[in-house]
Ligand binder design. Structure first.
Ligand code: C2E
Ligand code: MG
Ligand code: MG
Ligand code: MG
Length: 280
């Protein structure tokens, strides 16, 4: 019995793997056409200044409106886009779309806002990245100081001379660098003194537990203090409750994002949030 069960389990496992490989391949084929077919869409999540409660910017989060599979979240296609190299054209589309949208809102009289964009290590390692960001800013008219590129600790760990050159050139241009999901990667504090980092985004895993766990709260506190001592802003991710908001405010966290304020929403819905925010 045991033997048979094992064999069946293995067969099942093999079929699973096979199905998954097929799905991956299908996704890659579809991804190749998705840009031309305009199947991507951005959702915008407000970044809120904690003390004033005002919206100071947004993070753009990409989604794929797949014709058969419906709305896909980044985890379902970003890894495949990275492996296939399609992350480069996709990243350029995200940048252009987000910055031109922000510039439209600014021109329409909505207060200047920061644009935070998730940036893959593949993009930072591409030697044309700096030129493409510069061209994009010139084309959209967005001021470089309003652009914040989010990178992960892995980008700083796998630090090469070219990454270093790219990061320096971006900062020289006036663009800001922030570290996403701070504290979950392979943290090495040395990188904080090597690079001109503008802000640390405190990962939502710490924020979600900060009210129930003293350890999580201590970590959040430590990241905010570290940031403050290094003249970096602290941005809390994944704020879902009033208790978390109050706790972050007491710890002097600068900004926050999360469902407590708003989920990532369409451009129309975000514009409505901005309007409402300006009227009080
Ligand atoms: P991230 O940059 O850490 O983004 C935060 C994720 O948390 C988003 O998931 C967002 O929808 C979700 N979130 C926001 N507030 C809350 C909250 O209060 N509670 C909970 N539970 N979740 C919250 P999403 O949109 O699925 O994005 C996942 C990841 O995909 C992002 O993590 C980012 O690393 C990546 N990503 C998204 N857009 C892009 C992109 O344009 N380019 C690249 N390279 N990566 C992207
Ligand atoms: Mg992010
Ligand atoms: Mg994050
Ligand atoms: Mg994340």
């Amino acid at each position: 019995y045991a033997k048979n069960n094992g064999r069946d389990a293995y067969k099942f496992f093999e079929q699973e793997m096979h199905a998954r490989a097929l799905q991956r391949h299908a996704t890659e084929v579809d991804l190749r056409h998705a840009l031309e077919r305009r199947e991507f869409i951005l959702h915008y999540q407000p970044v809120v200044h904690l003390r004033s409660g005002k919206i100071v910017g947004f993070e753009a989060l990409v989604r794929w409106q797949h014709p058969e599979r419906g709305l896909l979240l980044p985890e379902e296609f970003i890894p495949i886009a990275e492996e296939s190299g399609l992350i480069l054209p996709l990243g350029r589309w995200v940048q252009h779309q987000a910055c031109s949208q922000a510039q439209k809102w600014i021109m329409a009289g909505l207060a200047p806002m920061t644009v935070a964009l998730n940036t893959s290590g593949f993009e930072f390692r591409n030697k044309d990245f700096v030129t493409s960001v510069r061209t994009m800013l010139a084309e959209t008219g967005l001021e470089p100081r309003l652009l914040e590129l989010e990178l992960t600790e892995t980008v700083l760990i796998n630090n090469t001379e070219s990454t270093q050159a790219v990061l320096s050139a971006l900062v020289e241009m006036g663009v800001k660098l922030t570290i996403d999901d701070f504290g979950t990667g392979y943290s090495s504090l040395r990188y904080l003194q090597q690079y001109p980092i503008y802000a640390l985004k405190i990962d939502q895993s710490f924020v979600s537990q900060m009210v129930s766990s003293e350890a999580s709260k201590s970590i959040v506190h430590a990241v905010i203090s570290l940031g403050s001592n290094l003249k970096m802003r602290a941005i809390a991710e994944g704020v879902e409750t009033a208790e978390q908001y109050a706790s972050l405010l007491a710890l002097h966290c600068d900004d926050a994002q999360g469902y407590f304020f708003s989920e990532p929403v369409t451009a129309e819905a975000f514009a409505a949030l901005l309007q409402a925010d300006m009227s009080h």
